[in-house]
Design a binder for this molecule. Structure first.
Ligand code: UTP
Ligand code: MG
Length: 599
């Protein structure tokens, strides 16, 4: 299926037994029991009014049979009908009002819970779930699942109506009543058996709609690549496959949830015919027979509703299963129960025999050891894929390491509260993300107590105030998602300002390779000097200008630290660093550039 193949695969799907799903469903509904009972009560009131109607009709038929009715009787009968309809109407309105309040609230609360759960997750979770799929769960699955919220009320109402009607028909004629109920066990058995099929097709449907969402998100994210390779048509045809798959899943779902409806109606009609046949055969009076036929119809409506309970619940459970798999994803990076806060680093940061992998088959670090002193400026260099970003990601607690330990002042970083621990760090990522909003909102992200002066001060430090001033709206300038209205270099400076505003004790910089021109590079260099003052700094360096001024450089290769020292010391070693330097960094020296221009 080409590019979007991975969006078709649901790698982290969990399965739950029907019993477990139902238990969790009831638990989720428990806090709304008042609403559910109220809705059921209004349904029952409607039911009583409905059940009374055939009796009234029978009474009327009986009276009419005897000759012309008197005026009082006619008015009373009309008033009786009117009253029953008014009761029905009021109870129905109240039921709708109650559902109108409760179902959206149920949905809103579940979406909020899911959103909170997402915020708790570490990066492993986001590596596993594609954003399109998460979006689909939060938007579509919750919506579909919320339709099961009134299923229980409807069921309670239906049970009450069925029992009342059943009592009445048995009271009037037990033989006809037995004929009426004869088909019911078969009906329920059919619906019970259908529930598995309903769950399966509904699950496929959910996966298909999720794939459409994912494919859409991925295609929009990758639109520049598609355009630059002239692949728009190809992408469209690949999307068509995913969309086609959704269409057929939807057809199957519709077929499964609707094909048995005519069957149920046919069964009702057969029962009606049988009741009429045997009724006439038994010489039952017309009034009772009419009433009986009406009751059989009244009886079957809730019975059909009850029979649909299993397939409808199972379809809702397919959505609930996907929702639960998020609720049940425990983050790997968790806060210990007795965790202590931390507000500064006193001595050092130590990696002790750290083992780490994203994927068990591809070990990134094996017994990694490194000590970073407080106040030290450390640069990490190495080929692409050597583990530089992974090292700083572990330190930032984006991921959990599998072996060894990382210590700050001899205490495992797992012993510190996550919130206070993460506040130690200011981080500029390799791939800068800015939220859609104003420059100001992006810079003071996470801090509401800062003034415009504070923001201009940090913009001065990172040499960005000039370009922000040039925008007519200054700090209020709105930037698009991922900061699309800014150049890559400008985005980087904004992310510097955002990190510095937090006044972090430890600054982590994961440099992007070539996003800035020589002028911005010089500005960043100057900015860096100020940014690094009085801080511990770890810089994944791609620029020579960054490396030469640090206290120590470590060279990474294939997840291991292979050399360390200052720039000069490492050059003298004539090892990995020297060869890296000759491959990349030497081109960035002024001498080299002058030489090549003069050639
Ligand atoms: P890094 O992402 O740590 O490498 O990946 P790096 O040194 O920072 O590379 P550049 O300079 O930014 O390009 C280290 C290893 O971890 C694997 C990669 O395959 C790589 O070999 N990796 C990385 C994963 O398996 N999953 C990830 O999400 C990221
Ligand atoms: Mg990297």
């Amino acid at each position: 299926m080409g590019l979007f193949r991975s969006s078709m695969r649901e790698k982290h799907e969990r399965s739950y037994s029907d019993r477990e799903l139902f238990r969790r469903y009831i638990k989720r509904l428990a806090s709304y029991r008042k609403n559910i009972m109220l809705i059921a009560l209004f349904i029952v009131i409607q039911a009583i009014a409905t059940v009374a109607l055939p009796a009234l009709i029978r009474y009327l038929t009986n009276e009419l049979d005897g000759g012309s009715p008197d005026l009082v009787f006619t008015i009373l009968a009309a008033a009786g009908f009117l009253l029953l309809y008014i009761i029905n109407w009021i109870a129905f309105s109240l039921q709708q009002m109650q559902s109108g309040k409760y179902v959206p609230f149920f949905l809103e609360e579940m979406r909020l819970d899911l959103f909170k759960k997402l915020q708790e997750q570490d990066m492993t979770f986001f590596d596993e779930y594609m954003s399109g799929k998460l979006n689909s769960i939060i938007v579509n699955d919750t919506l579909d699942f919320s339709s099961t919220a009134i299923l229980i009320s409807n069921t309670i109402g239906s049970i009450v109506i069925s029992i009342c009607t059943l009592g009445i028909i048995f009271y009037f004629n037990w033989i006809l009543a037995l004929i009426t109920v004869a088909a019911i066990p078969a009906l329920f058995l059919l619906m019970f058996l259908l529930r598995r099929l309903a769950k399966r097709v509904s699950k496929n449907y959910r996966e298909a709609i999720s794939s459409v969402n994912s494919a859409m998100v991925e295609a929009i994210e990758g639109i520049q690549v598609s355009k630059s390779f002239g692949q728009e048509l190809n992408i469209v045809s690949q999307f068509e496959d995913v969309n086609q798959n959704y269409f057929s899943a939807w057809m199957k779902l519709t077929a499964t949830t609707h094909f048995w409806r005519p069957l149920l109606n046919t069964i009702t009609s057969i029962i009606l015919c049988l009741v009429l046949y045997f009724g006439i055969d038994m010489n039952i009076s017309v009034d009772i027979l009419i009433m009986f036929v009406l009751y059989v119809q009244t009886f079957f409506r809730p019975v059909l509703q009850l029979a649909r309970f299993f397939p409808e619940l199972s379809a809702g459970m397919a959505a609930f299963e996907r929702i639960l798999s998020i609720f049940d994803s425990e983050p790997n990076v968790k806060q210990k129960r007795n965790a202590q806060p931390i507000d500064d680093i006193k001595e050092n940061i130590q990696f002790k025999n750290v083992n780490f992998w994203y994927d068990r088959d591809n070990v990134v670090f094996e017994k990694l050891n490194l000590t970073i002193r407080k106040g030290e400026k450390l640069a990490i260099v190495g080929h692409t894929g050597s583990g530089k970003t992974s090292l700083v990601s572990l330190l930032s607690r984006y991921y959990e390491y599998q072996g060894g330990d990382i210590l700050i002042d001899e205490q495992s970083i797992r012993n510190y509260t996550l919130d206070s621990y993460r506040k130690l760090y200011g981080k500029v990522e390799q791939d800068v993300y800015l939220f859609p909003g104003s420059i100001k909102e992006n810079i003071r992200f996470g801090r509401k107590d800062v003034t415009d002066e504070d923001i201009w001060r940090v913009l001065d430090i990172v040499q960005a105030s000039e370009f922000v001033h040039r925008f007519p709206n200054g700090l209020e300038t709105i930037i698009g998602s991922r900061g699309r209205d800014l150049s890559v270099g400008q985005r980087q400076l904004i992310s510097f300002a955002r990190a510095i505003l937090l006044n972090p004790k430890i600054l982590i910089l994961d440099e992007a390779t070539s996003s800035v021109d020589a002028f911005t590079e010089a500005m960043i260099q100057e900015a860096l000097g100020k940014m690094l003052e009085d801080r511990t700094a770890i810089i994944v360096a791609h620029r020579l200008s960054t490396i030469v001024n640090v206290d120590r450089i470590i060279v990474m290769d294939n997840g291991a630290i292979v050399e360390e020292g200052t720039h000069e010391e490492l050059l003298d070693l004539q090892g990995k660093y020297a060869s890296l330097y000759n491959q990349y960094f030497v081109h960035q020296t002024l001498d080299w550039q002058e030489q090549s221009y003069s050639k």
